[in-house]
Write a new protein. Sequence first.
Length: 722
Amino acid sequence: MSSHRPSPAHAAPCLAAPRLSPIASAVLGLTVAFAALPVLAQTSPQADPFVLPAATVVAERDSAPAKAEKVSGGALGERKAVDTPFSVVAATSEEIQDRMAQTASDVFRYDPAVSVLGDNARTENSYFAVRGMRIDMLNGIKVDGQNFVSWNADLPLELFDQVELLKGLSGFMYGFGTPGGIINYVVKRPTDEPLRQLSLGYQANNVWSEKIDLGGRFGVDGRIGYRLNAVNEQGNTAEPNVHLRRQAFSLATDFRVTPDLTWTADVMYWKRKTKGTLFGMQFDSSLPIPDASKVSRRIAQPFSYQDTETISAGTGFDYRINDRWTASLKYRFARQERDNGDSFLSVTDAAGNFTDTLYKWKSAYYYQAYDAMVQGKFETGGIRHGIVAGIGYQSQVKVNDAGVGSNGVALGTNNLYNPTLLPNLSLGLQSVPFRDYKITQKSIYFSDTVQFTDRFSVLAGLRYTDFNQSSFAPSAQTTSSYGARPVSPTVALMYKTDASSTAYVSYVESLEQGGSADVTNANYPTVYGPLKSKQYEVGYKTDRREWGANIALFRVDRGYEYTNSANIFVQNGTQRFTGLDTSGWVRIARDVRLMGGVLLLNAKATGIDDPTVNGKRIFATPRYTVGGRIEYDTPLLPGLTLAAGAKITGDMAVDAVNNQSVPSYTTADLSARYLTRVAGKTVTLRAAVNNVFDKRYWTTSYGGFVLPGASRTFLANATVQF
């Protein structure tokens, strides 16, 4: 048989980047600069005179929903979700785009374990509870596994490649944090192939957005990589009197120093300004919560506002020691500044009359984190070991405001059913910043996953934490100090029923940062020490081509913090959460996928000194949630996918005494996605209607607070790959 060698390739000319509409002058300059980066030469071999017989390739459309290959496990390292002895879910940036998600609440909208507590359509930010326990905005948010501030400020999803939710306790994996879970945002990193993506979007009432995503590699052998993202969004939202302006920017780079050593660095910045925001609502304890459908949508004043600004920078090294061992070192800094003047409404009678107090605050959070980790595998006498060991340090500093006006400005009285415009009596805040508190954590952790057979393994891990918290007065005097040195263990038994499935039993202990009295409490600003939690979980998970499932039976015992009948924030007794968390997906026809699940939850207070609270249901915990979504790839128009989803959330107690409650509610959503090519470019068109029936409902959190749910909202965007 003769052979033929193609002639040398010819370098293709470098094409200029298309002209784009400016997002902002600074962003445009950076965009053009990166779009013009050199591209690697492409090869084009000459025609081969030998013609091979025609071949027919038959491919079946992959019906499985897009999913993350691996998830981060903090001190457990990266693993496939099905191989972890905990409940964990993740969504890739592609899934996030297709769901038209704007916040983490949207990402996990149909997960039954997730219940929305606040939505940033009108309130300060979106946040949610997992299995009835609120995500900790100071310790429960991570970026690339490191602690990250998110106090009343949503992280822009456009800057992240994956968002992961670990349900339950995280003491061993991440250190201090509430037992509800951990949200980990994975930074978008340089792409091996050139990426040029532009998106234009619209959101009712009149919000327009422009987004760009650029990535690639250049230099000798493509050793230098970059990823740039920029976002601009502005306009009047579907909520009356609510105006939004949001900007975000990120740049991530890496340098492959050697084939085994990679240096990474990134910087991120975002700013969000809203007007017409609502801090919260509280009804007199003698009053029932009224029908949400009868309350006006214009209860907040149009001059109230919530502004947040965040900057973060991180760097690190990843080193492949050999085929079995790797090491990493990373550092991250984050600063968030918050300036808000939004309303707190206190409803005083059954007629719906309320007082409107505008609370003005300026505050800032400063975070730093250092982490070093080693991962490896070895065998001893036929028993395989998977080792993860590391050390970490993190600090958290809050700068608060002791200025005039920080305790609120009374705007006057108003009515829930017939509100009027109140005069803006705010005289401005004379800012007097001071260091409110400082928290440091030093930790050492070690885990070993012992593989006794191909099916049976045991995970055992310990984390030692040196925790210190000091609070300060405006005079810089130390008002309180607390230290703890807990050892947080975790142990799990895992059995692979087959290559795609795992049955497990796990036990975890954790500590969380103690809470503090709110400005509306009689004992403000009292701060409490850490709370201890324990979690027991039995579960089964499987991930197959045609279907997947996750089933977990759990119990969590957690210290209780609540506001008592005397309006004093206290720390007393135990919260016990017992439940069944189930979710899954299945292909019910060639082009139809069904996803959904059910959470059954029993959350009670035990061991409480106050008889009016002991034995009562924990506030802001639904007895059940049911979520589901169906997707249909229409064969009549290839590239078009239609989807519909719904979520049922059970009724919830508003306060610890259970005097008040908000009823159950159901929301439904519709969406469509169309993938096509225009002028040789890949174009994706998306549209969605959230809360399609415009259901009016209440959410509740923080013990005694209620908030209105989001109105019906229409969204649309177009994304082009160029």
